[in-house]
Each structure stands twice: as structure tokens, then as C-alpha cells.
Design a binder for this molecule. Structure first.
Ligand code: HC0
Length: 583
């Protein structure tokens, strides 16, 4: 251990501790802007020290020192709040502002911009004479993400998220001085890069330079159109994340309030993606059993995370046969709403407008994929629009609730509509890393063995630790499974699959985002490791509370097989619920 003096007080810290961390131990908060302790996962640090907002004075050093990436040394005397330090920080912020587009009132990050809140915190009261402003084109080529390079402060957090966390590496720092920009590699539009639409860049961007595409207006228009029957589906993770934006503790189960809010916004029916997650487990569980019994391609991987699907298509096209043919729950919901539900309610499927509430920017891309129009094919009616018409991220739904003046925190709890509204605990845990696997095992075990699973909780594959592993004995076969969250971890597993090293494994869950969907690119900001952990706790608490915790016991799932689908992997399932990937 070493001892340092910070603002006149001595603290003892382990060797290698940065000045920033040492100060925290002394209860001194040094402001930061470009720095991030963990980019998505513990251990992925971003500390390039470019913004110089965290500078401090160190006795004996002629220049200011950036505290985020300078290790404290034994005997160091550090001053964090002298007038000189405060003036330097302010100057550095003012320099950033001097060529920043100051249209804060209309910026999508208004209210959650870190540059804006730092200026408030550090009492910035003057703008330097504004210099030349960048006027680069806005890149709105992606279905998921909008880039406004004029608002970029070159912190490069997005590059770390894309390159180190996700190993996609679609962004680069280009040019020098005033002309320096972060841009898609090669300066091409984002849509032409290997970007997988995961949105982890948007989660870490401190300003309005990278944001989700805003599709809220399409939903307002549909709701206002009397010919449209507008239905909502809510993703598993949103049940525990929307409340944060309305002052509720992180991880609070707001299911009932979210249903109430959607009704007040004007939706004609409010359903749950959890219902479709239970349906996915039936199809995906039977697919796994079928592959094991018939020497199919193993290990099977999950297919519900569209960022992961695009990643596989970009980087592992040779391994696409490993991916389950099941569509994601979002994309199972859409065609069922426009077939089974339409028939039951005697509504013309052309008039059904499906809106998803998702934690995920890539879900916008998934819904727009050309093959996702099974209902139109089923009815042989090109007048039927896409299976899912609009995808709203959590942040967009939050904005709509605010815009409509709904007092979310004080809403009563309401229930989902019947037919596609019941979800089990197994479906609820889809929203956390390991949850799809756990849900699949709960069902596969009982289907294969005909016995009741003695213990429902698969603790080994839960939580924020790295790659996770479990095995379960089913009638003499030891089914071995792996779980990866984030594409960097997925890459580690897929390299092993490619090398033939995972031949004795049966099933791999991959979610593109750290922590699973609770850490999705469309979730409330901030989404740090701490928020991710609290949201995961919220997910498993809700699972414990629910009366039914296994997908095959969901009465509304039993009903759709009886009344419409017949059996898992049957003809209608293939028409509506499965897809395939072409290398
Ligand atoms: Fe997820 Fe999903 S669980 S991907 O993590 O499978 O986005 O929350 O909605 O579709 O259900 C996201 C979350 C979903 C889907 C479900 C799956």
C-alpha cells in the first residue's frame, strides 16, 4: 500500500491506484468527462485522458496531471480544488464548447448530456468567443442509430465500446486538430460498415453525437389514425428499467404501471413480449431436442439478439447453421398478432399496427429485415405491412410518457390484455444474461425426462461474470451449455466453435449486450455495470414472484398450440415463427 495526501488529508491505497480512485477513497469527487471506469463490462476501462477535465495539481510537477490515468505515488501531495485547478477545468470545458453546436434545447440528449451537466456542476458561465463550427453531414443511414459528428467531443468512448467490448471495430478517429472526427471506418455511411446496431456506442456517448433513431412520431400517427388497431408488446427487460427515468429505484418492477401508461397513450391492446418468449422456448427447446436426437448441427446457439445475428453474419458466416432457426420473441409476436389474434378478434390484419417496446436499438434493424413479413406471406396479401411496424426503445417510450404528461410513478397497476398477455417467470428472465438458457433448460428437462425439475434456479449461468457454463443430466445425456454476453465474449466462444473445440457442448446463449437486454443500447442512460447488476436483481425477483415459472405451463401458450399452431416445429410454426440465415 502507498500513502498520499489529497487536499490535506492522508489516504492509504493499493499501489497502482489512480489519483482519481484515490481521491474517491478520500471522499473527493474529481469531475470526469471522457473517462469511463467500465465500458459495459468490468475491466474494460476507457482512460485516454483527452478531455483534461479531471486535472489536478501534484506538488513538484510543473504541469497539471490528468487524474484518471495517472497512478498515485507514495508520498504524493495532490490538490484537487485550488482556484488554479478549477480555472483550468473550466477553461478546458469552455474550449470544448467553443466549437460545439449549442442547440441544447432541441438536442436529443437534452437533460442527459454529460457535457451539459458538467457545465452546470463546474459553474461555467461564459462561452469563449465561438470559433469556426463544424458542419459535417448527419449520418442517418442506419435504421438504429443516428450520428451527429458536429456534437462529438472526441472522447472516443464509442470507439472503445465498438472495438474492445464488442470487437466490431466499425468506428475510427480520423484527422488532426480542428478537423479530427470520429467516423465510421473509411468515412463511409454507418450502414455500409460492419456495425451490428447494438447501440453500445449510444449508451456511452456523453453528448448528442450518437443517439437512437427516434420513431415516436410514427406511433403518435398510428394512434391518431382511427382505422388502425394499435397493439403494444413489451420486452422482458423493460419491466424493470422504465421506472428509473421516473425516479423509481433502479431495478423496480414497473410492469403494471407500464401497461397502464401504454393504455393512457392510446394503445388499443397491450400485450407482453414475455408471452412470445414463452412461445420461443417451446420452439427453440424442441429444436434443441430434435438436433440432439437426430445428429443435427451442435452446439445450437440462440437467435433472439439481432446484434448477435448481424455479428454472426458479418464475422462467422460459416457458422450460421449453428444458429437456431427460431425468430426472436419480438418477431414471433408480430406475425401471430396479424394471424391468430386478427382471426380471433375478427380484425383485418391490414389494420393491425404492431409496436414493440424494446431495450434494443438493433431490434429496429431486426424488424426492418426483408424476411420479417411472414403475415403478409401467410395471407398472401401485400397490403399487410411488416410483422412489426415500429420498434421503440425504452428511451423513446419514456419520452412519449413524458410528452403525454402521464404521472408514471403514481399510475395504478394494470394487467395485460388476454390472448397474448400472459408471461411466465421463464420468459421474464430472458431480459438478463443467461435467462434464455435457464428458461430453455426448465422446459427441455421436463419435456425430455417427463419429471418435475427439482430446482428451477440455475445460479451458475446468472449475473455479470464473463462466460458462464452449466450442465444438466436429462435421461442419461449430460446437456452442456455456455452463455456469453457482449460480442467480445461471443467472439471467444465462436472462435472455439470454429476450431472444433466445443463439440461436446449442446447449446450456447449469446446476447450482444453486456448483462443481456437489461444492458441494451436503448435502455435508460446511464447504463453502467452498477445499473446492470441492479436490473438483473429486479429480473430474478420478478421471476420468483410469478405464479408460473416454466414456459410450457403458460395457459395462453397451451391455448395457441391447441387452437392454431398444432405442435412445436409444426407447419404453421415453420411458416410464421422460424427463419433461416444464408451465408
Ligand atoms: Fe430481449 Fe428478447 S429478451 S432479445 O434480451 O429472446 O431486445 O428484453 O425482447 O425478441 O423476449 C431485447 C429483452 C427481448 C426478443 C424477448 C429474446
Amino acid at each position: 500500500d502507498i500513502r498520499v495526501i489529497i487536499d490535506g488529508r492522508e489516504v492509504t491505497v493499493p499501489e497502482g491506484t489512480t489519483i482519481l480512485e484515490a481521491a474517491k477513497k478520500a471522499n473527493v469527487k474529481i469531475p470526469t468527462l471522457c473517462y469511463l471506469k467500465d465500458v459495459g463490462l468490468k475491466g474494460i476501462k476507457h482512460d485516454i485522458g483527452s478531455c483534461r477535465v479531471c486535472v489536478v495539481e501534484v506538488d513538484g510537477k510543473p504541469d497539471f496531471v490528468s487524474s484518471c490515468n495517472t497512478p498515485a505515488e507514495n508520498g504524493m501531495v495532490i490538490k484537487t480544488n485550488t482556484p488554479k485547478v478549477l480555472a483550468a477545468r473550466k477553461l478546458n470545458l469552455e474550449m470544448l464548447l467553443s466549437d460545439h453546436h449549442l442547440d441544447c434545447t432541441t438536442c436529443p440528449k437534452n437533460g442527459i448530456c454529460e457535457l451539459q451537466s458538467l457545465c452546470a456542476e463546474l459553474n461555467v458561465r461564459a462561452i469563449r468567443p465561438q470559433g469556426e463550427m463544424k458542419s459535417l453531414p448527419i449520418d442517418d443511414s442506419s435504421p438504429s442509430i443516428i450520428r451527429n459528428p458536429n456534437k462529438c467531443i472526441l472522447c472516443q468512448r464509442c470507439i472503445t465500446a465498438c472495438k474492445v467490448l464488442q470487437t466490431v471495430d466499425a468506428l475510427e478517429l480520423y484527422g488532426n486538430g480542428f478537423d479530427a472526427v470520429v467516423r465510421p471506418k473509411g468515412g463511409i455511411p454507418l450502414i455500409e460498415t460492419q456495425c451490428v446496431n447494438c447501440g453500445q456506442c449510444a449508451l456511452v456517448c456523453p453528448t448528442g453525437a450518437i443517439v437512437e433513431r427516434d420513431d415516436t412520431w410514427k406511433v403518435w400517427e398510428a394512434i391518431a389514425d382511427p382505422s388502425k388497431h394499435v397493439v403494444a408488446q413489451t420486452a422482458p427487460s423493460t419491466h424493470v428499467t422504465i421506472g428509473e427515468a421516473f425516479g423509481l429505484p433502479v431495478g423496480t418492477d414497473i410492469t403494471g404501471k407500464m401497461v397502464a401508461a401504454l393504455r393512457r397513450l392510446g394503445f388499443d391492446a397491450v400485450f407482453d413480449t414475455n408471452w412470445a418468449a414463452d412461445l420461443t422456448i417451446m420452439e427453440e427447446g424442441y429444436e434443441l431436442i430434435h438436433r440432439i436426437k437426430n445428429n443435427g448441427v451442435l452446439p445450437q446457439t440462440t437467435s433472439c439478439s439481432p446484434g448477435w445475428i448481424k455479428f454472426a453474419e458479418e464475422f462467422y458466416p460459416d457458422l450460421l447453421p449453428h444458429i437456431s432457426s427460431c425468430k426472436s420473441p419480438q418477431q414471433m409476436f408480430g406475425p401471430i398478432a396479424k394471424t391468430f389474434y386478427a382471426e380471433k378478434k375478427k380484425i383485418n390484419p391490414e389494420n393491425i399496427f404492431v409496436v414493440s417496446v424494446m431495450p434494443c436499438t438493433a431490434k429496429k434493424y431486426e424488424a426492418a429485415r426483408p424476411e420479417m413479413n411472414s403475415a403478409a406471406k401467410y395471407w398472401n396479401n401485400p397490403g399487410i405491412s411488416r410483422d412489426v411496424d415500429v420498434v421503440l426503445t425504452s428511451r423513446e417510450l419514456i419520452r412519449m410518457i413524458r410528452e403525454a404528461g402521464i404521472d408514471f410513478a403514481n399510475l395504478p397497476d394494470e394487467k395485460y390484455d388476454p390472448i397474448m398477455g400472459e408471461g411466465t417467470g421463464a420468459a421474464q428472465i430472458f431480459g438478463a444474461t443467461g435467462g434464455v438458457m435457464e428458461a430453455a433448460l426448465r422446459t427441455a428437462y421436463e419435456v425430455v425426462t417427463g419429471k418435475t425439475l427439482p430446482k428451477l434456479d440455475f445460479e451458475d449461468i446468472r449475473g455479470m461474470k464473463g462466460i458462464k457454463e452449466a450442465s444438466v443430466n436429462m435421461n442419461g445425456i449430460t446437456v452442456k451449455v455456455l452463455v456469453a454476453h457482449s460480442l467480445g465474449l461471443a467472439r471467444q466462444l465462436m472462435d472455439k466453435v470454429r476450431a472444433g473445440e466445443l463439440k461436446d457442448y449442446h447449446f450456447i446463449e449469446i446476447m450482444a449486450c453486456p448483462g443481456g437486454c437489461i444492458g441494451g443500447g436503448g435502455q435508460p442512460i446511464p447504463t453502467t455495470v452498477e445499473e446492470r447488476e441492479l436490473r438483473i436483481n429486479g429480473i430474478y425477483e420478478r421471476d420468483k414472484k410469478l405464479p408460473i415459472r416454466k414456459s410450457h405451463e403458460n395457459p395462453e401458450i397451451q391455448a395457441i398450440y391447441k387452437e392454431f399452431l398444432g405442435e412445436p416445429l409444426g407447419h404453421k410454426s415453420h411458416q410464421l415463427l422460424h427463419t433461416h440465415y444464408i451465408p
